[in-house]
Design a protein around this ligand. Structure first.
Ligand code: AMP
Ligand code: MG
Length: 337
């Protein structure tokens, strides 16, 4: 299949592909999404095939106008309404009881649906051009780091989908905050650009799900099915070294010595220098770490790095989103110093 690259200029044509049952990857403020019509079960099924995504992992439905929420959801509690009013559009997905308009192929058989209105203008124009809500997970091969630049999408999806819209670099860099508001008390299922603190300012009762920072065992059924799968993992082995600057640097120096002979890399947030390792910078704030993490993991792979040490220390509200992705990319291999 020939994959066509679209820009702002021919976005209408990209929308038409969606309307006709095709697949188009598109930029959002979080990461690039791989879209299909949310009203077309066959099209939604093609997403799973292109990504190699497990069939029990539901897709988020993207809309261009809040008014559509009433058509996709059965019930909107007063707390859900407050959250919608406060955080949409933005890097925020709300889970609500689904209406019959959404096929099972989109929600993997669940009776709830995740709904998101992006703030990225290209995304909103594209969804409006499609004229239907767009079901989309991240546009990466399942298990790999999510794409934050168009070249990442081309690398994973070229030849497998109809089109890719080039919208430059994603500003947030990690996937949306997911909040389950289908019950009375909202539950944070995945941290992201909208932090727990921000959510609690609007709905103080919001609780984080226990699985956010730990792995899910095979016999558990987490609320967010995506949680139980290997995620964000580059080819390289990743080890997180977490703590204050001096201790982290000393530990990584020792680890580099122990691993002489392997091609090593360090993702630094302290601006550290190490001999004989490929160094990439995550910047010095959690916000920049979120923006750079996935691109850095892909870059280490491109450079043939076999073992990555990631410096980490949670600094602000964004830190939870970084920590969740980083721990998963490392398969929870974390050294606290
Ligand atoms: P991705 O966009 O690739 O990050 O994948 C979407 C994430 O949203 C996955 O982790 C899904 O498990 C989660 N998700 C989507 N719809 C629902 C839903 N109805 N209930 C719970 N989690 C959902
Ligand atoms: Mg994903």
């Amino acid at each position: 299949m020939q994959t066509k690259i679209f820009t702002e200029e021919n976005i209408e044509e990209a929308g038409e592909i969606i309307r006709n049952g095709g697949l188009v990857a598109f930029p959002t403020e979080t990461v690039y999404g791989l879209g299909a019509s949310a009203f077309n079960p066959d099209a939604a099924s093609k997403i799973y095939e292109a990504k190699g995504r497990p069939s029990d992992n539901p897709l988020i439905v993207h809309i261009s106008d809040k008014a559509l929420i009433g058509k996709l959801a059965l019930e909107i509690t007063s707390r859900a309404k407050k959250l919608i009013d406060s955080f949409m559009p933005g890097p925020f997905t709300i889970i609500l009881k689904k209406s019959d308009n959404i096929p099972d192929a989109v929600t993997a058989g669940l009776d709830t649906v995740g709904i998101r209105l992006p703030s990225n203008e290209t995304a909103v124009r594209f969804i409006a051009a499609a004229g239907v809500p767009i079901a989309a997970p991240s546009a990466n091969i399942s298990g790999k780091p999510s794409p934050t630049r168009v070249d990442h999408v081309i690398q994973d999806m070229s030849g497998k989908i109809d089109g890719i819209i080039d919208g430059g670099e994603c500003s947030v860099g990690v996937e949306s905050t997911i909040i389950d508001a289908s019950g009375e008390r909202p539950v944070l299922l995945r941290p992201g650009g909208i932090t727990l603190e921000m959510l609690r300012e609007i709905v103080p009762e919001t609780m984080p799900d226990e699985h956010i920072f730990k792995s899910v065992s095979a016999d558990e059924r987490p609320l967010c099915p995506g949680m139980k799968y290997k995620h964000y993992a580059p080819n390289a082995e990743v080890i997180v070294v977490e703590g204050e600057k001096d201790a982290v640097q000393a530990k990584i120096r020792a680890l580099l010595k122990e691993n002489r002979g392997r091609i090593t890399g360090v993702l630094t947030m302290y601006g550290s220098a190490y001999d004989e390792a490929v160094i990439l910078s995550a910047g010095d704030s959690d916000r920049s770490y979120a923006k750079k993490l996935f691109a850095a993991l892909r870059e280490f792979d491109a450079l043939g790095v076999e073992l990555v040490f990631a410096e980490f220390c949670e600094k602000d509200g964004y830190g939870a989103a970084v920590k969740n992705r980083l721990y998963k990319s490392a398969g929870n291999n974390v050294i606290h110093v």
